[in-house]
Design a protein around this ligand. Structure first.
Ligand code: SAM
Ligand code: DTB
Ligand code: SF4
Length: 331
């Protein structure tokens, strides 16, 4: 029989992939989405995306590493852990003036959110005060604020909220079952506890993970199900493609098939219909075609600016050129 025969339809074409009857996603129902024929998966993701968002608009945030390197944690992917020889130079907390200059520049270039990241396990009291000041002053520029500072102690989230913080980024990073393969100095339950504190303080949650760390598809399904079952799901879901950093334990891990990355974006879109799905780290390594597929799969936010935290990002010109080709507007 010819491969183009119209007699046999792929079964999944007529069968909507398992949608849980109650709003709870199981690993199996998420794994079933991953197993769909690629075109069916993207079609479903597009349907969900178009029901909730302008399909041609992408929100842009700019990152700044306000405190770099020297981190106590052992996250196997990270350039900033003091346990690995990555050649990164540690830098103390930046001054308010420097941060404000960067935030102004980001706003001028069209970013609508400024995200300040610090390489801490958790912020000490003496660290939090200057960060609160940064949040207050950046907010005054008329741009949304986001920080990612590690695990929070009681009361810290409330103080960040009072300072005007819009979003707190705290990723689950990987599946519970795979977590200790990647990180041993804290647990996924520690991460969940901080997300609870952030939510409790009325700050919007930005939580996602990294793919391409040697996890299998099942583990990706576990991660997405856990994010989707947060109640409510995170407003922003960064999906990072591992940026392999020389000197880290994951520097030689086999690269993930880029189409599997696109699938992960589509599954995140379907399971978290109202969330912004952020095509995060790894865009520079992806090229235009894979990024375009990610937008098609429902990614609707990115990090813009020449740098992520410690690694290069696509340039402003490259992003503008791709958006022009695709007719995407930055919002
Ligand atoms: N120390 C804080 C924490 O761990 O939450 C904030 C900074 S940490 C660098 C923020 C996030 O960046 C991590 O949770 C991880 O998802 C992402 N990240 C770090 N290194 C990465 C890499 N090499 N590739 C992809 N994502 C990475
Ligand atoms: C997120 O999920 N990804 C961003 C942001 N949140 C803080 C960080 C990506 C870091 C990529 C590696 C680096 O530049 O150090
Ligand atoms: Fe530290 Fe965050 Fe990097 Fe982990 S991901 S080593 S906590 S900076």
């Amino acid at each position: 029989m010819s491969t183009c025969s119209t007699v046999e339809q792929p079964v999944a074409f007529h069968r909507p992939a398992a949608v849980p009857a109650d709003a709870e996603w199981t690993t199996d129902s998420v794994a079933a989405l991953f197993e769909l024929p690629f075109n069916d998966l993207i079609f479903r993701a597009q349907q969900v995306h178009r029901a909730h968002f302008d399909p041609n608009a992408v929100q842009c945030s700019t990152l700044l590493s306000i405190k770099t390197g020297g981190c106590s944690e052992d996250c196997s992917y990270c350039s900033q852990s003091k346990r690995y020889k990555t050649g990164l130079e540690s830098e103390p907390l930046m001054s308010l003036d420097e941060v404000l200059k960067m935030a102004e520049a980001a706003k001028t270039k069209g970013a609508t959110r400024f995200c300040m990241g610090a390489a801490w396990r958790s912020p000490k009291e003496k660290d939090l005060e200057p960060v609160l000041e940064m949040v207050r002053e950046v907010k005054k520029l008329g741009i949304e604020t986001c920080v990612t500072l590690g695990m929070l102690k009681e009361g810290q989230a409330e103080r960040l909220k009072e300072a005007g913080l819009d979003y707190y980024n705290h990723n689950l990073d990987t599946a519970r079952e795979f977590y200790s393969e990647v990180i041993t100095t804290h647990t996924i339950d520690d991460r969940l506890a901080t997300i609870d504190k952030v939510r409790g303080a009325g700050i919007k949650v930005c939580a996602g993970g990294i793919v391409g760390m040697g996890e299998n598809r099942r583990a990706r399904a576990v991660l997405i199900a856990q994010l989707a079952n947060l109640n409510p799901p995170p407003e922003s879901v960064p999906i990072n493609s591992l940026v392999r950093i020389e000197g880290t334990p994951l520097d030689k891990v086999a690269a993930l098939d880029p189409l599997e990355f696109v699938r992960t974006i589509a599954v995140a879109r379907i399971t978290m219909p109202e969330s912004y799905v952020r095509l995060s780290a790894g865009r520079q390594q992806m090229g235009e075609a894979i990024q375009a597929l990610c937008y098609l799969a429902g990614a609707n936010s990115i990090f813009t600016g020449d740098r992520l935290l410690t690694t290069d990002n696509t340039s402003e010109g490259e992003d503008a050129a791709l958006f022009a080709k695709l007719g995407i507007k930055a919002v």
